[in-house]
Design a protein around this ligand. Structure first.
Ligand SMILES: Cc1ncc(COP(=O)(O)O)c(C=O)c1O
Length: 453
């Protein structure tokens, strides 16, 4: 089918996520992807684009990776899917074993689902039920402490845990209440030493623990950097301090590594950088190398055991989805993780992360760039209207979108978060393409803001 036909049918039948459809319907140049190869995407007009946001933060080694293709094809010859309710399957078993071996020590049980939102939803329900059934039960431990600008997905539970006003405000009446601390990124002393910045942030969290510690079921947060909130970085030591508070007040720590997991921040899991082990870990996105929807919630033997009992005890975790533990997804994940296990994988990510830092450095002098934030290969460039007066571009100026529209003309697909240009290239990107990516982003900022620097 040609581009025109596809574009017309898209506008007639589809509803896109996080998209103002009125604008989409009027757009005469919507992108319709027909294939991918390496870190490039090809559209129905035959145009080639660098996949600048890793197909929404999940592509790892590129598209058409021979090892992952082969693994899926091999699995397809056996079976595509059978249920995990009352049965098991080989790829799901082998993947669980591999995940337990890769994850921080002590996380010994794997519960599968299909998306990051579900992985978080499951973590939250698991923590809640744990306290109802632990010995002796602590039924009043039913509150969750979260970070105000956090993002954990779009199901009602994960929206309750999140705090991005633009996305979540409208659903307010549907949500359950959580306790919230300000994002560690938002503190005024952020521009002084890490030590003072950290002190400020921990003080607020300590206050909540002091007041509500005995009622807290869990802290639920993204480690090191909040992604969808705007690539908001935390001071070093924050995660460790939260872990200590959780230990002191007997609170579970749930880490959402849906975006940061599998090397994105330079270590296999971001929490390793602070020597922290969560009680529950949420994984998705990179898990299958960006091939298929699969997520996992990992937990400890201590949490798992609280769910054991006789059939009639009611201690069962009554949660599951039709495609939980899907064989094709698990086979893709196994092949993906085998590639990640090669020594060179993390070394390569770390080298490219340093390179990214160097490439971005000159851009901070641009009059419309207020901040560049990076943890490994994950970060953002914050655009500002007036640096001196600290005035931001208004929402309706769509500055982030305008920069991305310029980048598209130059052959790079990006997706902004408000005034933040997201930096999330596929981890397998070549050094040459990394140079190209930053070059195009710089040019696009010049073009959209009208200020060449
Ligand atoms: C940290 C984090 N958690 C959860 C999610 C939700 O994942 P999904 O879109 O797979 O539901 C995302 C998605 O961007 C995320 O970045």
């Amino acid at each position: 089918m040609n581009y025109k036909q596809l574009s017309n049918k898209d506008k007639k039948y589809l509803w896109h996520p996080f998209t103002q459809q009125q604008e989409w319907e009027r757009d005469r140049d919507i992108t319709v992807i027909t294939r991918g190869k390496g870190t490039y995407l090809y559209d129905a007009k035959g145009k080639k684009y660098l996949d600048g946001v890793s197909s929404l933060w999940c592509n790892v080694h590129g598209h058409q990776v021979p090892e992952i293709n082969k693994a899926i094809q091999k699995q397809l010859k056996k079976i595509a899917h059978s249920t995990m309710l009352g049965a098991s399957n080989e790829p799901a078993i082998l993947l669980a074993e591999k995940l337990v071996k890769m994850a921080p020590k002590g996380l010994t049980r794997v519960f599968y689902s299909d998306s990051g939102s579900e992985a978080n939803e499951i973590a939250m329900k698991m923590a809640f039920q744990y306290w109802q059934q632990t010995s002796p039960p602590r039924k009043s431990k039913n509150l969750f402490l979260t970070v105000r600008e956090g993002y954990h997905g779009d199901t009602v539970g994960s929206v309750s845990l999140g705090g991005i006003d633009l996305f979540h405000r409208i659903f307010g009446p549907l949500l359950f209440k959580t306790l919230k601390v300000k994002s560690p990124h938002q503190y005024p002393s952020r521009n002084v030493s890490n030590e003072n910045w950290l002190k400020d942030c921990v003080k607020e969290a300590e206050g909540v623990f002091r007041k509500f510690g005995s009622r807290l079921a869990a802290v639920h947060m993204e480690p090191l950097i909040e992604g969808a909130g705007g690539m908001l970085v935390h001071p070093w030591g924050y995660l460790k301090a939260i872990r200590k508070l959780c230990d002191k007040y007997n609170v579970l720590l749930i880490l959402d590594e849906v975006a940061t997991g599998f090397g994105r921040t330079g270590t296999m899991f971001a929490c390793e950088q602070e020597g922290v082990r969560p009680d529950i870990l949420c994984l998705a996105k990179n898990l299958t190398g960006g091939y298929l929807p699969l997520a996992a919630t990992l937990t400890t033997e201590k949490v798992y055991k609280a769910f054991l009992g006789k059939f009639e005890s009611g201690r069962t975790f009554f949660h599951g989805h039709t495609f939980t533990g899907n064989q094709l997804g698990c086979a893709a994940a196994l092949a993906n993780l085998e590639l990640m296990e090669k020594k060179i994988y993390l070394e390569d990510v770390q080298k490219k992360s340093e390179m990214l830092q160097d490439l971005l450095e000159p851009l901070i002098a641009h009059p419309h760039v207020s901040e560049i934030r990076l943890r490994g290969m994950m970060g953002g460039i914050e655009l500002i209207k007036d640096k001196k007066k600290k005035t931001t571009f208004p929402y309706e100026a769509k500055m982030g979108y305008r920069v991305c529209a310029e980048a598209k003309k130059l052959g790079v697909l990006l997706r902004p978060l408000g005034n933040v240009i997201v930096l999330m290239p596929p981890l397998g990107i070549s050094k040459g393409d990394l140079v190209k990516l930053i070059g195009v982003i710089s040019k696009s900022i010049h073009k959209a803001t009208g200020v060449r620097f």
